[in-house]
Design a protein around this ligand. Sequence first.
Ligand SMILES: [Mn+2]
Length: 316
Amino acid sequence: MRKDLSLLGAATDLGQSIEGTELAPSWLRLKGVKKVLSKKFYHILDLGDVGPITPEHPTIRGHDLHTISLYNKRLKDIIKNELDQERFVITLGGDHSVAIGSLSASLEHNPDTKVVWVDAHADLNTPMTSPSGNLHGMPLAFFYDLLRPGETKDLFSWVPRLKRENLVYIGLRDVDAGERRFISELGITYFDASTVKELGINSVLEQTLAQLCPTGVEDVHLSFDVDGIDPRFFPATGTPVPGGLDLTDGQIIINTLAKKSNLISFDLVEVNPLLGQNKADLDMTAASTLALLEAIPNWDSHDTTVDPIIFEKPEY
Ligand SMILES: [Mn+2]
């Protein structure tokens, strides 16, 4: 894994109807994200937050394709620049619509980038198939050109394509009818939450890596929606679904991909500090987030090419 980190807050709630995800990057920084990450990387560059864009033509909250496109293009340009400088990028959401920008950056950097999508949902709806109409349930649709001309698909003509064999889902358990059809038509590999419980996460990852990373050095983008993990670990999120992965499953996914592929980019999305029933729920959500980041291997434990004498304290 790359030893230098660029940390970016995608502080937006444009993709859904509940406010709060835009506050997650600053809240998570407050909870100690950089302290954890400082042990993991040789050098940390905190790029700050990309704040919300005020819609030019306000429409229904969560449905504004025009503003989502503008926002994500901005994210894509920033992240692409970091990836091209051989830096690892962590994007703290924000709702999952921010993956339109972050994944576009990875695919512009390397069109053959592999994608592991951890989520309770498939995020493959289009405005036509989505029951809610919320954009955070659609980011992957833009990479497969699933929108029709009437759905302003031209707004997203800048989004690159993702090869169907380069995507693997882990943790699915709430998939809409239209998404099921797309998944089967495209032939995308998925391991739903019950399969993970049945086979164990290590076996699921073995199969995932056999498909995506046969040589162990392929570039990988990990898009991690915290609702992929069971809500008892992440109560403060917008669309919780019971029966999710264990927190340790999430940790093993992160640790294994970091060690057995060339992980270049990692989205951590859908934390919402305005949700949860009480302080205990918020404390649990923050602790679980930090636990996931703790699973990133320490840079010095796997990068033996770096001489410790030139170690400098990370900036934060
Ligand atoms: Mn998602």
